[in-house]
Design a protein around this ligand. Structure first.
Ligand code: F6R
Length: 608
């Protein structure tokens, strides 16, 4: 997730755009850049790191009056965070400058074709191809050139373009990434969300996929790619600036749960082709993966729970042994690892010290390391042999939500990829692939009713001091994750057990003051889990549960329940995640805590 902003009109100083860009810093902050046009030229300035670094570097330029300007704050997806890869990107002539939020999936093909035609590239980014494509199609009409260029792009984009020979004009376009437009009497603004525009107007136009916008002074015109004028209604925004940054949600955690369909979509992008899973990132070690007899996984916290689901998935689908360790244990134990080993390290931040030390130890024994992370340029991404990015977008809430569901998405795909390397039947894998392709829509539907259901259940249960989460098979890691979410943001003591383990000790804890959160989807272990639930009921424990829609057997036993749509056994953890997260969220709210900033916790654990 990156942020883009553009401004045109009367008396614009560079510092005005920098200020607007700062409102988008939450969307990414590994580098920032600006392109502005005075009456003569387009100038580009960029800097690695936060927007403040850019502002300091600009110095006196901050006061310069310009005709139009565009800016970008980056969250790297293609190419490490560096000044060179920072936006805006320009064409060969330096006359065209482009900022982009999104991912261009076919940029490599376009880049090769443009290089053949003589274009010279200076960055590793997908975005630079857009500037060169516009150059290729430019014959004096910038809007036409942009319209032509976007027809060649597949993937997602929100772009803004300025040109040397078009002072005061900005052309913008979108497909799949957000773009908002607004204007007042003497200025027009575009931005990735409403926050920078609120200073100018409360009437916003939300650009739609396929729209091209032409901004000049205090004018906004919208067209289709073939040049037909389109009328888009504006929307009145009543949010203050703080709630606008959170997309109108009360907390980042809630916003990030609602980001999940889009994050899953981004994670899937480019990974499925001709009903097959592709991981170009793994080309260099695919031989090692097909030969290996055992895979090791290391991770911490929520990432470890995602790893547990992966372990079961790989054992079920690829018939390959997986050993998983919490990284803080792995780094100090005698690991049976050698040059034939594949180690998968899962870390959202890519900076967790224990996971990094585990990676270093495995590497020193000759293992090949696959890192799964959300942060381009993170330490783990630099030390691994191959890196798979989550592309979930920046997560600000301390509790992992959208990054957990994207970890699961990537891990299911990776499991399917490994199973294919091990010659598992296409039919079995196709089922997973088809279901995964539907996931963004399934989660979108779930989010249309889950908050109400979870709020009601939270009201019933938020006063308890303890919780016991139980599940079997794929639902045991879900129980662990549900309990972790609840304890970290609501400070209720919550533990998780394999449902079959209850009678070996934990059941002694249960009474009418100790409720059970039972995870009982309609999978091959349902009857077994249900019989454990009945045992807990006999101890007077109140039960809240998740089951499959319309499951009468379960609903007879569990009154306070959440129902999820039917899916393949292996995929239940993914569709259950929003419910577990929302239940914990509302319990935290009802107990009057701030779920975005849980006490004693940090987003990235860079100490041992
Ligand atoms: C829980 C949570 C933590 C992290 C853990 C590992 O909501 O966010 O448990 O999952 O600290 O962090 P990463 O994945 O960055 O290595």
């Amino acid at each position: 997730m990156c942020g883009i902003v553009g401004l045109t009109g009367k008396d614009i100083r560079v510092k005005e755009l920098v200020k607007a860009l700062k409102k988008l810093e939450y969307r990414g902050y590994d580098s920032a850049g600006i392109a502005f046009q005075d009456k003569e030229n387009v100038y580009v300035k960029k800097e690695k790191g936060r927007i403040l670094n850019l502002e300091n570097m600009l110095g006196d330029i901050n006061e310069k009056i310009v005709e139009s300007c565009i800016a970008h704050t980056r969250w790297a997806t293609h190419g490490e965070p560096s000044e060179l890869n920072a936006h805006p990107h320009t064409d060969c002539t330096g006359k065209i400058a482009v900022v982009h939020n999104g991912i261009i999936e076919n940029y490599m093909e376009i880049k090769h074709a443009l290089i053949e035609k003589g274009h010279r590239f200076s960055s590793e980014t997908d975005t630079e191809v857009i500037a060169h494509l516009i150059e290729e199609y430019y014959y004096g009409d910038l809007q036409k050139a942009v319209s032509h260029a976007i027809l060649d792009l597949s993937g997602a984009y929100a772009i803004a373009v300025i040109h040397n020979d078009h002072p005061g004009e900005i052309i913008a376009a979108r497909k799949g990434s957000p773009l908002v437009l607004g204007k007042n009497d003497d200025k027009a603004i575009l931005a990735s969300d409403v926050t920078p525009a609120l200073k100018y107007t409360r009437e916003m136009i939300f650009l739609e996929d396929g729209d091209i916008a032409h901004l000049s002074e205090n004018k906004i015109e919208i067209f289709s790619v073939n040049g037909t004028r389109i009328n888009r209604q504006s929307t009145l925004i009543n949010w203050d600036e703080e709630s606008a940054e959170k997309g109108g949600f009360e907390h980042f955690m809630l916003k990030e749960i609602f980001d999940e369909p889009q994050s899953i979509r981004s994670a899937l992008m480019g990974k499925i082709s001709d009903e097959k899973v592709v991981f170009k990132e793994l080309d260099s070690i695919s031989e090692n993966i097909s030969k290996t007899k055992k895979i090791n996984v290391i991770a911490c916290g929520t990432s470890y729970h995602a790893g547990l689901i992966f372990k079961k998935f790989i054992e079920d689908y690829a018939n390959t042994e997986v050993e998983i360790d919490v990284a803080s244990e792995f780094r100090y134990k005698n690991n049976i690892i050698d040059t034939d080993s594949i180690v998968i390290a899962i870390s959202q931040s890519g900076e967790t010290t224990d996971t990094l030390e585990g990676v270093r130890k495995a590497k020193s024994k000759g293992a090949k390391i696959i890192a799964i992370t959300n942060i381009v340029g993170s330490t783990i991404s630099r030390e691994a042999d191959a890196v798979i990015y989550l592309n979930a977008g920046l997560e600000i809430g301390v509790a992992a939500t959208k990054t957990y569901v994207t970890q699961l998405t990537i891990l299911y795909l990776l499991g399917t990829y490994i199973a294919a390397l091990k010659n598992v039947s296409k039919d079995k894998l196709n089922k997973i692939i088809l279901n995964m392709m539907d996931m963004p829509t399934v989660i979108e539907n779930i989010l249309s009713y889950a908050p109400d259901v979870c709020l009601q259940l939270a009201k019933e249960f938020y006063k308890y001091k303890h919780f016991m989460y139980i599940g079997r098979g794929y639902s045991y890691p879900s129980a662990l994750e549900g309990a972790l979410k609840l304890k970290e943001i609501s400070y209720i003591h919550a533990s998780a057990y394999q449902a079959g383990e209850l009678k070996h000790g934990p059941i002694a804890l249960l009474d009418d003051e100790f409720p059970v959160f039972a995870i009982v989807p309609d999978d091959e272990l349902k009857k077994k889990t249900l019989s454990n639930v009945i045992e807990t009921k006999a101890r007077n424990a109140k039960i809240v549960g998740i089951c499959t829609e319309g499951d009468k057997e379960v609903s007879k036993i569990i009154n306070s329940r959440i129902e999820v749509p039917k899916t393949i056994d292996a995929l239940y953890p993914l569709i259950m995640s929003p419910f577990l997260q929302l239940f914990a969220y509302y319990v935290s709210i009802l107990r009057k805590y701030d779920p975005d900033k849980p006490r004693n916790l940090a987003k990235s654990v860079t100490v041992e």
